[in-house]
Design a protein around this ligand. Structure first.
Ligand SMILES: Cc1ncc(COP(=O)(O)O)c(C=O)c1O
Length: 338
């Protein structure tokens, strides 16, 4: 099977498995796991923040961030197809008790004027705006890179009225590698950030959230409340360290393969590219094939290729660590024969 459903499907490398085996561990709830400490310190420095915390998943990281920033009854601003709104089971409402207010973005980027207009006044009738959430790269916008300049403008607006900005940077390193910007070019315009170790970076488990010391202190407590205080977590942190320190630059290979796949697909009758491929995700409209995305996904599976349905006639292809040049050639041949 050639699995292009997501960059979450990668298997840990031999080096990661060995690092888990050899990791020095301790009880992390007592703050005694040296490998987790090392991962958190490395991540904080890389992300340009005071402190960082290992969490079990991107969803847990985002939710801990919302819980740490907001009070019940706050309103938070998000892009209308942001992962936090679209794919996290309404956890922001169920756990943090906040009201989402979604704004339509342009290729995943919130428009600064829309953000400014959506921030609530000090009025007894309305909720307080508690947080602005950004996403970079933007998953449902097809791995689109939200420009640094856009983030800077939103951060300036938010800081002016003392509203924190959280970045869902599940694939921030894809944006970094593809744009040529540094990590802190992006993170300087956020108060807090969540990055996934287990997507393009290829670790088996985990995410990092980073921010000020005060934020991480709160976040550590929320993580514990959610059952995310782990014990000998160095076993998971060790492959995370490899992901963070050794697997960033190679993301450009995933981008090159996604681009090759996109160029090939654009030349096959019946397929229409639905995004401008900037990173490792491509969206393909298969309407002209006269099938639904669900039927198309099922049909392609019988031919040895896994992809994700992303809309009624929209399909997502995602490249990652376990996809080779040969896989791309094979997929193009299979699509050509469909
Ligand atoms: C943009 C974005 N944020 C957050 C997540 C959640 O990550 P996890 O699956 O680790 O909970 C994902 C997962 O695909 C994502 O694409």
């Amino acid at each position: 099977m050639i699995d292009l459903r997501s960059d979450t499907v990668t298997k840990p490398t031999e080096a990661m498995r060995r690092a888990s085996y050899e990791a020095e561990v301790g009880d992390d709830v007592y703050g005694e796991d040296p490998t987790a400490r090392q991962l958190e310190e490395t991540a904080a420095e890389l992300l340009g923040k005071e402190a960082a915390l290992f969490v079990t998943s991107g969803t847990q990281g985002n939710q801990v961030a919302v819980l740490s920033h907001c009070f019940i009854g706050n309103e938070i601003l998000l892009e209308e197809e942001a992962h936090i709104f679209y794919y996290e089971g309404a956890a922001i409402s169920a756990f943090a008790g906040v009201q989402p207010r979604t704004l339509k973005g342009v290729r995943g980027a919130l428009q600064p004027s829309d953000v400014a207009a959506a921030i609530r006044d000090d009025d007894i009738h309305v909720p307080e705006t508690g947080l602005i959430c950004l996403e970079n790269t933007h998953n449902r916008a097809g791995g689109a890179i939200v420009p640094v300049q856009n983030m800077a403008q939103i951060y300036e607006i938010a800081s002016g009225v003392h509203i924190p900005v959280h970045l869902d940077g599940a694939r921030l390193f894809n944006a970094v590698v593809a744009s040529g910007h540094t990590i802190s070019d992006f993170t300087q315009y956020t108060d807090t950030v969540q990055i996934c170790l287990s997507k393009g970076l290829g670790a088996p488990v985990g995410s990092i959230i980073a921010g000020s010391h005060a934020f991480i202190k709160k976040a550590r407590k929320w993580r514990k409340r959610l059952g995310g205080g782990l014990r000998q977590v160095g076993i998971l942190a060790a492959p995370g360290l490899i992901a963070l320190t050794q697997h960033v630059e190679r993301l450009s290979e995933d981008h090159r393969r996604a681009y090759k796949l996109a160029t090939g697909i654009a030349n096959i009758e019946g397929f229409q590219l639905a995004n401008q491929v900037e990173t490792n995700i491509l969206l393909v409209d298969i309407e002209k094939k006269g099938m639904t995305a669900t039927d198309f996904v099922a049909d392609l599976k019988t031919k040895g290729v896994l992809v994700s349905a992303f809309g009624p006639t929209l399909v997502r292809f995602t490249t990652h660590y376990d996809i080779s040049n040969q896989d791309i050639d094979d997929v193009l041949q299979i699509l050509q024969r469909l």
